[in-house]
Design a protein. Structure first.
Length: 256
């Protein structure tokens, strides 16, 4: 049997992290780099804190540019083994008609968010399936959310000015179903899984944090590094016999 280090080792493999300039995207880039992979990061703009061999700028609303990421990575690195989809319109996005009262949430914002949160993962999986399937080490990790399966507890948000837009959870539920669809379609050469974090602490209003912690068995919000192990596991041979799962990293919040 290979050692734990050998199973985790990604030397010689290439990973594309879409949304690699974001908070969790940067964690994915770092952990995959530490595992030995060549990492390409793609995002609207580059972030100097992203640890990647190469960064690409892409607007995921643009289907052609999104699709073209895959041949660009192949040209630069010669292969593609792992696709991590981390990009999203989250509840923190300032787009008008998005993270606001339900009656003010707009179809335009809903459509734009779905384009990034869900449609771009579909486009990238289509573009990357052959490359991912050609070396026996293909893995897609779709970063979802507990709101793919849970309703927001709106009592936690009350009076804080924060909102969880309907389109967010719906887009993540779509992503979760895309994961299941791809996990059987692309088997046995490519594994496809989701990873669903709970709320990550970002200095939110105290009332929100206290209520959130109260509803979480591990009694705290997530930190960025809490997702590192899940990414490392799902991307590498540590999870070689795992496909079609949603790995929930939420401090037990969804157990209650
Ligand atoms: N932060 C949380 O509490 C939390 C909880 C559960 C799930 N998630 C999920 O984790 C993932 C990462 O979230 P995060 O907290 O790091 O958010 P983030 O906003 O820091 O990162 C999202 C990234 O997506 C990129 N992006 C958005 N629109 C884009 C576009 N049109 N083209 C290219 N890139 C685009 C942004 O530039 C950003 O870098 C998301 O899928 C999010 O839904 C986050």
């Amino acid at each position: 049997m290979r050692s734990f280090q050998e199973l985790a080792d990604m030397t010689g493999r290439t990973a594309l992290v879409v949304g690699g300039a974001g908070h969790l995207g940067r964690v994915a880039c770092q952990v995959l780099t530490e595992q030995g992979a060549e990492v390409a990061s793609a995002d609207l703009t580059a972030d100097p804190r992203t640890l990647a061999a190469q960064t690409f700028e892409v607007d995921l609303h643009d289907e052609d540019a999104t699709r073209a990421l895959v041949p660009t990575v192949l040209e630069r690195f010669g292969r593609l083994d792992v696709l991590v989809h981390c990009a999203a319109y989250t509840g923190a996005n300032a787009l008008a008609g998005w993270a606001t009262e339900f009656e003010d949430q707009s179809v335009a914002a809903w459509d734009r968010a779905h384009r990034v949160n869900t449609t771009s993962a579909f486009v990238l999986a289509q573009a990357a399936r052959d490359a991912l399937g050609s070396h026996g080490s293909g893995s897609i990790v779709l970063v979802s959310s507990i709101y793919a399966t849970l309703a927001p507890d709106f009592r936690v948000y009350r009076g804080t000015g924060m909102h969880s837009p309907a389109g967010y959870g719906v887009s993540k539920a779509g992503l979760a179903q895309l994961m299941r669809y791809l996990s059987t379609l692309l088997a046995p050469t490519v594994r496809v899984n989701a990873m669903s974090p709970g709320g990550v602490w970002r200095d939110q209003p105290t009332a929100f944090v206290e209520r959130y912690e109260h509803g979480t068995p591990l009694a705290r919000m997530a930190t960025e590094e809490d997702v590192a192990g899940a990414i490392a596991y799902l991307a590498s041979d540590l999870s070689a016999y795992v496909t079609g799962i949603d790995l929930v990293v939420d401090g037990g919040r969804s157990v209650w």
